[in-house]
Write a protein that binds this ligand. Structure first.
Ligand SMILES: [Zn+2]
Length: 693
């Protein structure tokens, strides 16, 4: 399944405080009432709430009440707290790179030049739309369907990743993902994904509700304004044509939960088959322009959508396609075009679509843009400066303990056949875990960064990334490759690679603190480590064997048991209503919910094992188990603006943070420490608690 990361950012959301389940207020309990608990945020807790009625609010209720989402964010929570800290560190790293004036051609100089060009809005404003003019002219020059195919092929980018990073969206007509072939795990293969819409998901075009209809109306006006600002004539009529074509494209698209399924996506088509299976587009022209003409076969990830989009390239008016391509080109480059275009893009995508009130400062955006563009070059500086060897050693020790806990759990599973167990254990034993940063740093030698050319630099980075992806088609699979930069506050499981990237930046509070009690680190970063390991065994990870081959290694009875318990978890999540008119889609979030459950379970086991039979030291009057679960509850603190919460529910593989804290109701170990009783909202009878691993 798709989103293998611990969390996926939604673009930064009217302060809907996640109204959770019914709250019962009771007199303050003796437990941890407003005391100091070193290593945890005691002041965040609302001890008037019974943990059994709402564990999220018990752990975070006061934080939730007093926290105001910063104006430049659409949501705010534990990941932002850590990310804000990492951001401050990145500001230092990038500003120092500027001050160094390193020799031309060095990574340090490229970082400095990229940042300076992006920051210099005076130069960007003065150049106006001149930088994008050649691209708009080349779109205007498309005079037939072959030229259309050639343009689409030449401008495809390596901008999607349905399995590792869970990136399903691109506004290019197709997205490309080059990664390990699920059928032949030692080679790479190119996969073509659906694209072509600017709004985040098909539902934004097809949902009949008045709310979505109003949003589309605002969007149409936004499209017209963007065209006008880029000096495109007849903007209003063109906006109508663009929305009409995007709506036709959206109708061909797969839903998120389908696109996340590697078994549904693993469709190998011979290159020559595309014309027969997906008629419409001139595929020869497309593949040649995309540098894919020598591939014998490719993966068609969403076959019916690829066929649908291909058919539309032949049936929809050529003029509509040209309008759509021009609008997407402007939207994609808004950040490096004049201020009026940049502000209009934010007004719609930041404010209307996500509820963010204000744009981040240009300086912060420049640091982030540089950190994205030259990710591992910035990451190397970040790690050298801020990631101590002791943090790496500490995380490696926890990883080893949690893997042992998984092995032990597999041994003890009463329902699993010995043959399935040995396959599962083989997967665990070959799992490649990298902590902090990659063993080999990717080279940026072939990337040219030009002072004072923000637009050109952004464009060259996209092409550089594409060329680097294409080159992988001629190289064997490299299991040491990272898909996430070290300065990212997140973690990721690469199921086909059977590998795990654990970036340096997540090894900090509230997830990890070397100076606090172990129980808190196991409940924090330990649960995150367990989450990522367990993705190897979620509903999608369980489809891959120890070598990364998409192969069923389950006995039918084991698979039936596994699917029955995962469906019980999907029903549990589908019963939560973060918005009055919108529930969590427990099928869409299933792999992440499984990972949360298995992760906190294994980390708790590892914590207990680490005690060697002795009781954990109490801290602030809390037992070890209380510290563990409160720490877990506190890493899920999140507040959303309403549009951002809606967007997450519609498009994201992760349940919103507060509902992830409720995972604990499935663990026997959570009940006694918090005195949870039948009749309380989160209480589950032992027989109805979901147990998967
Ligand atoms: Zn995940």
């Amino acid at each position: 399944m798709v989103r293998r990361r611990i969390v996926r950012w939604v673009a930064p959301a009217a302060l809907i405080v996640a109204v959770v389940t019914a709250l019962t207020t009771i007199a303050a309990r003796p437990l941890a009432a407003q005391r100091v608990i070193p290593g945890l945020d005691a002041s965040a807790m609302d001890t008037t709430v019974l943990p059994g009625n709402d564990f999220y609010r018990y752990a975070n209720g006061n934080w939730d009440r007093r926290t105001v989402i910063p104006p430049d964010k659409s949501s705010y929570g534990a990941f932002n707290i850590a990310a804000d800290h990492a951001e401050q560190q990145l500001v230092t790293v990038v500003h120092d790179a500027v001050a160094t004036r390193a020799p031309a051609g060095s990574d340090l100089r490229k970082i400095g030049d990229y940042y300076m060009a992006y920051s210099n809005t005076r130069v960007i404003d003065r150049r106006g739309t001149a930088p994008i003019r050649p691209l708009l002219d080349s779109i205007a020059a498309i005079d037939d369907r072959v030229a259309l195919a050639r343009f689409i092929g030449a401008h495809i980018r390596a901008d999607v990743d349905p399995i590792n990073n869970g990136v399903l969206h691109t506004d290019n007509p197709f997205g490309l993902w080059i990664a390990q072939d699920f059928n032949h795990p030692t080679r790479n293969v190119a996969a073509l994904l659906q694209g072509g819409i600017a709004l985040p998901d098909r539902s934004y075009y097809l949902d009949k509700s008045s709310r979505m209809a109003a949003l589309r109306n605002t969007y149409r006006k936004h499209v017209a304004r963007m065209l006008t600002l880029a000096h495109v004539a007849n903007a209003s009529a063109k906006a109508d044509a663009i929305l009409a074509l995007e709506t036709q494209i959206a109708a061909t698209h797969w839903k998120v939960e389908e696109s996340e399924d590697p078994a549904k996506g693993n469709n190998h088509w011979a290159r020559a088959d595309f014309a027969r299976k997906a008629p419409g587009l001139d595929w020869n022209a497309f593949f040649t322009a995309a540098q894919l003409a020598s591939e014998d076969s490719l993966v068609a990830w969403q076959p019916s959508a690829i066929a649908g989009i291909s058919a539309l390239t032949a049936s929809a008016p050529l003029a509509s396609w040209k309008d759509l391509l021009a609008y997407h080109a402007i939207e994609d480059h808004a950040a490096v075009l004049p201020g009026a275009i940049d502000r209009e893009a934010f007004a719609f995508f930041g404010k209307t679509l996500s509820g963010t009130e204000a744009q981040a400062t240009r300086d912060h955006r420049a640091v982030d843009a540089t950190s994205d563009a030259l990710g591992f070059a910035v990451g190397k500086l970040y790690v050298d400066r801020y990631f101590p060897a002791s943090a790496k050693a500490s995380a490696e020790k926890m990883v080893a303990g949690i893997i042992r806990a998984f092995q032990h759990r597999i041994d003890e599973l009463s329902w699993m056949a010995p043959s399935t167990k040995s396959e599962a254990k083989a997967k665990l034993s070959t799992l490649r875990v990298s902590i902090g940063y990659p063993d080999k740093w990717p080279s940026y030698a072939a990337l040219r960064i030009v002072p004072n050319d923000a637009y050109g630099n952004a464009d060259r980075v996209e092409r550089f990334t594409y060329e680097r992806s294409i080159a992988k088609l001629r190289e064997p699979v490299d299991r040491s490759e990272w898909v996430m930069t070290p300065q990212t506050v997140n973690a990721v499981n690469l199921p086909a690679m059977n590998a795990l990237n654990f970036p340096a930046a997540i090894l900090q509070p509230p997830f990890f603190d070397a100076t606090r009690a172990d129980a808190m680190n196991y409940g924090g970063i330990g649960a995150v480590i367990g989450h990522e390991i367990s993705h190897s065994f979620d509903n999608n990870g369980a489809n891959f064997d120890a070598h990364g081959e998409l192969r069923n290694w389950w006995t039918p009875a084991d698979l039936a048991h596994f699917q029955a318990s995962t469906q019980a978890l999907a029903r549990q999540y589908s019963s939560y209503h973060p918005l009055p008119d919108l529930a969590i889609n427990g099928q869409q979030t299933l792999s992440e919910d499984i990972a949360d459950l298995a992760g906190v379970t294994a980390s708790h086991d590892a914590f207990v094992a680490s005690l060697n039979g002795k009781p954990a030291a109490t801290v602030g009057g809390l037992t070890g188990d209380q510290q563990f679960f409160l720490s877990f509850g506190q890493i899920w603190r999140t507040k959303f603006r309403e549009p951002a919460l809606r967007r997450q529910l519609l498009t994201n593989g992760h349940a919103p943070g507060p509902w992830r804290a409720y995972t604990v109701r499935n663990l026997d170990a959570w009940y006694a420490p918090f005195d949870v009783k039948p009749g309380e909202t989160l209480y589950l009878a032992p027989s109805t608690r979901v147990r998967i691993w």
